[in-house]
Write a protein that binds this ligand. Structure first.
Ligand code: HEC
Ligand code: HEC
Length: 391
């Protein structure tokens, strides 16, 4: 009798297909909606109305050449691509940036940057092209000048030709306008840096479509981590939407001391610089005559709670990074999750109910959260070198 039972059990086991190892957790309607809000991916291509060469092939081509051209810098050796390297997810593989001197912030990846609405860790830029002017002029980064950029666009045969094709006329005598146009072409190029679909995207689409078989291909650990992310972890209040950022600012308890006695005030400092910039969207270089894109800049308010806030980073490709947070102070994703699990509430200086609180999290939950975050990574296709501007 016992033998027979054993045989039955063995037979049963033999008939369970290996795919049964894959399972689908129970997903409530609310959870499915929350997951669905992290798509679609890829989003529609960027068209920035403040930039008349946004989305144009000739603008993008000029921008890619400028991006790789060290002559843009004061010493002729520093291109954008030195710090934002294609092979390093458009960052530099370092914890903190390095220009003519050590910088105190990490070089952010440029993936999906065209979809943002504030730029830089402190949001001092309100358009991608305005943000692009900053490193060109910054003596600690490229240390260049308006005259140098304008001269290149006028006098270099290829760049002058690329300029004509992109902007429909020869580079003129207004140096500042030429600097802005160079930045707009650079922005048009950066807008094309969109990450591929990920394992998470396949799961999201299958879950929303009610395709259980396809959903169950997403490993259980990732599913559990995602549940935490949109559930008790509260992560998606800030890491919201298809890019996993609401594009705004937050304080998650990262130290803001640059060195003893010197602080990085983050968003507060960014807001101090924004109104004075001749390149903000309220200025004369905004190509959208309707002014429809100026509302954010006009209505921005400077509050004391902005002190020590930094822009919420996108989490796409996050597992491929070599350092985390605005100052590169956390080295691994595991440590980022530990930070959220054990964050010291006294370090957060938000008013009202803090959005971040120590989550505790069991070792299994920490592993799950990291597994989910890693499912937002995908290998980008190899890039071919750009064809000549004007063959
Ligand atoms: C010396 C290294 C270095 C060089 C050269 C450099 N960058 Fe950066 N880049 C940085 C750092 C560091 C930051 C973060 C700055 C901040 O937030 O204060 C940054 C930020 C940015 C951002 C903001 C990204 C975001 O997510 O908001 C953009 C866009 C950008 N750089 C584009 C460029 C372009 C275009 C060039 C060439 C014209 C360039 N960078 C040259 C180091 C560099
Ligand atoms: C209050 C808004 C907020 C909440 C809630 C929040 N984050 Fe963040 N997150 C941020 C901000 C802001 C940063 C950057 C902080 C800095 O650089 O000082 C960040 C950074 C990160 C980073 C590092 C990304 C990078 O490129 O440096 C990861 C990973 C991350 N968060 C994951 C999570 C997870 C997981 C949760 C939930 C447990 C979570 N976040 C909850 C706002 C938030």
């Amino acid at each position: 009798m016992r033998r027979l039972l054993l045989l039955q059990v063995l037979l049963l086991a033999a008939f369970v297909p290996p795919a049964a190892a894959q399972q689908l957790l129970d997903w409530s309607a609310d959870e499915v909606r929350a997951v669905g809000r992290h798509g679609p991916w890829p989003p529609p291509p960027v068209r920035d109305p403040s930039n008349r060469v946004s989305g144009t092939p000739a603008g993008i081509a000029l921008g890619e050449h400028l991006f790789n051209d060290p002559r843009l810098s004061g010493n002729g050796q520093m291109s954008c691509a030195i710090c934002h390297q294609a092979g390093r997810d458009w960052s530099d593989g370092r914890a903190k940036g390095f220009g003519t001197v050590d910088l105190h912030r990490r070089t952010p990846s440029l993936w999906n940057v065209g979809y943002a609405h504030w730029f830089g860790w402190d949001g001092a830029g309100d358009s991608l092209w305005a943000q692009t002017i900053r490193p060109i002029e910054d003596p600690q980064e490229m240390g260049s000048s308006v005259a140098r950029i304008a001269g290149l666009l006028r006098d270099d045969k290829d760049l002058a030709c690329g300029y004509r094709r992109a902007f429909g006329g020869a580079a003129g005598n207004d140096d500042e306008l030429l600097l802005v146009d160079a930045a707009k072409a650079l922005a048009a190029f950066q807008e094309t840096l969109v990450t591929p679909r990920t394992r998470f995207d396949a799961f999201r689409d299958a879950l929303v479509a009610g395709d259980r078989a396809a959903s169950a291909r997403y490993p259980l650990s990732e599913q559990r981590g995602l549940k935490l992310f949109v559930g008790t972890g509260n992560c998606d209040t800030c890491h919201f939407g298809p890019r996993f950022t609401n594009g705004e600012f937050g304080d998650v308890g990262i130290a803001f001391f640059v060195r003893p006695g010197e602080v990085d005030s983050g968003r507060l400092g960014g807001l101090a610089r924004l109104p004075g910039s001749p390149f903000n969207l309220l200025g004369r270089y905004n190509d959208d005559a309707s002014g429809a894109n100026t509302a954010r800049t006009r209505h921005v308010q400077r509050l004391h709670t902005n002190f020590g806030e930094f822009r919420v980073p996108s989490l796409r490709q996050v597992g491929r990074s070599t350092a985390y947070m605005h100052d590169g102070s956390i080295a691994t994703l595991e440590e980022v999750v530990r930070h959220y699990a054990e964050v010291n509430p006294d370090r957060l200086h938000s008013d009202g109910t803090p959005l971040v609180r120590p989550l505790g999290l069991s070792p299994q939950e920490r592993t799950d959260l990291v597994a989910f975050l890693r499912s937002l990574d995908a290998d980008p296709p190899r890039r071919a070198p750009p064809p000549p501007l004007c063959p």
